[in-house]
Ligand binder design. Structure first.
Ligand code: SF4
Length: 77
């Protein structure tokens, strides 16, 4: 299964949970809001996330209090 992710930044409250779970994929921007940065993705959601990160990605999705972490089998753009 392919997987892609990005952050709906308008929903993010900068709690840092997704960054703690999967820092290789999620990092804070200059204001502390999360964004997906894996391999230069720049929060576009078009970079395939390796399958060995699947469970951590699901933990990030499930752990986000505002449902801002989006995951899909298809690229977001
Ligand atoms: S877990 Fe959700 S609210 Fe918290 S930093 Fe990540 S995207 Fe933002």
């Amino acid at each position: 299964m392919k997987q892609y992710t990005h952050i709906e930044k308008e929903r993010c409250i900068a709690c840092g949970a997704c960054i703690a779970v999967l820092p290789a994929v999620f990092q804070p921007d200059e204001e502390g809001y999360a964004e997906a940065v894996y391999e230069g993705d720049a929060n576009r959601g078009v970079t395939r996330i390796p399958l060995d990160m699947e469970y951590d990605l699901w933990d990030a999705v499930d752990g986000c209090p505002t449902e801002a972490v989006r995951q899909s089998e298809y690229p977001f753009a």
